[in-house]
Design a protein around this ligand. Structure first.
Ligand code: DAH
Length: 339
């Protein structure tokens, strides 16, 4: 029986335990020496070869070594666990001074905003909103609006045809027909919505927005139309803005006019926005053509009406001084976020 063997194991074990860096390493080392198949247990198996008087002594040595190593293990374990906990807390610490993740706020699109503003102005005059389909029958988009088959507006270069009978509406005017066919006059409606034309440059988009207006009653005059347009211009641009009508032609109105507002930017003196004319083109209007009333099932002897149509993108460009209409659809938030 030699004590040195035990002492050697104890020395090796102490060294190995002290070298352990993590609690897992420490535990594995402990198992290596004190475990069921560890060095000390293996040594115990030699006990049967010892004499009866040596056995208790040997057992005592092994037990003393065991408990010395156990207590060393516990001391080291406490130290390592404390260190590990500290590291874990350091890693998980929340730095309350760090800025949070940036979540940009959305904004209403300028076209939508101007559309709302235009609708609100007409609502104050008693107009209520009606809508119509974007895919229209040729009949509603053209025929019922007194636009004959050979009219240049039907040019296939302008109109997106879906098939021989259906188009993407090129104007909001068909809303007039739908409304007159369904509802009984007197009518006072506006029809906002997207329209489509095969066109794309600095001042044209293939999809843009219009607001249609329609007023039908027993007696409707050009003066009322002009009063309505003048009210809109003052509300939209400012109290000092003047309104003028220029004679024009639209198949669905007779007489027809183009509406101008005096340029709010230069007070009519002439600037880049009004192309040095002092006037801004607002849209078209006129008294509803008898053929249109007839197509919608109303008698022109009984009913009269005025109608108007304006482009929403155009209104937005003149009000906010935007020179390239394509900015509206490029979705650059640096542009869109400004309004
Ligand atoms: N629909 C016409 C266009 O897109 C605009 C228009 C002009 C509408 C005169 C009207 C109107 O209701 O009376 O160019």
């Amino acid at each position: 029986m030699n004590k040195e063997k035990i002492e050697q194991i104890q020395k090796d074990a102490e060294e190995a335990l002290k070298k352990a860096q993590t609690s897992q390493q420490l535990y594995d080392t402990k198992v290596l020496f004190l475990g069921k198949n560890g060095s000390l247990s293996t040594l115990m198996k030699d006990m049967k070869n010892l004499s009866a008087e040596d056995r208790p002594k040997f057992g005592q040595w092994v037990n003393e070594t065991k408990s010395a190593l156990e207590s060393l293990y516990e001391t080291l374990e406490k130290k390592i666990k404390t260190k590990e906990l500290g590291e874990q807390l350091d890693n998980e610490r929340l730095d309350m001074t760090l800025p949070g993740p940036f979540k940009p706020l959305g904004a209403q699109h300028l076209v939508d905003k101007v559309m709302d503003e235009m609708i609100a102005i007409f609502a104050r005059l008693g107009f209520s909103v009606r809508v119509g389909p974007m895919i229209e029958k040729d009949y509603y988009n053209f025929e019922a609006l007194n636009i004959p088959k050979d009219h240049p507006a039907r040019d296939e270069q302008d109109t997106f045809y879906i098939d021989s009978e259906h188009v993407l509406r090129t104007q909001t005017s068909p809303i007039q027909i739908h409304t007159m066919k369904i509802e009984k006059p007197p009518l006072k409606i506006i029809g906002p919505g997207a329209v489509f034309r095969c066109d794309y440059d600095i001042s044209h988009l293939p999809m843009f927005h219009q607001i249609e207006g329609l007023y039908v009653d027993k007696k409707v005059s050009m003066a009322e139309l002009k009063g309505t347009m003048a009210y809109f211009n003052r509300e939209f641009f400012g109290a000092d803005v003047k309104t003028r009508f220029r004679p024009s032609f639209f198949p669905f109105t007779e007489p027809s006019a183009e509406v101008d507002a005096s340029c709010a930017l230069c007070s009519g003196k002439g600037c880049r926005m009004c192309k040095f004319s002092g006037w801004i083109e607002m849209g078209g209007c006129g008294l509803v053509h008898p053929n249109v009333l007839k197509a919608a099932g109303l008698s022109p002897e009984e009913w009269q009406g005025f109608a108007f149509g304006m482009g929403v993108e155009r209104m937005a460009t003149v009000k906010y001084g935007i020179e390239d209409i394509r900015l509206f659809i490029e979705n650059d938030v640096r542009f869109l976020g400004q309004f």
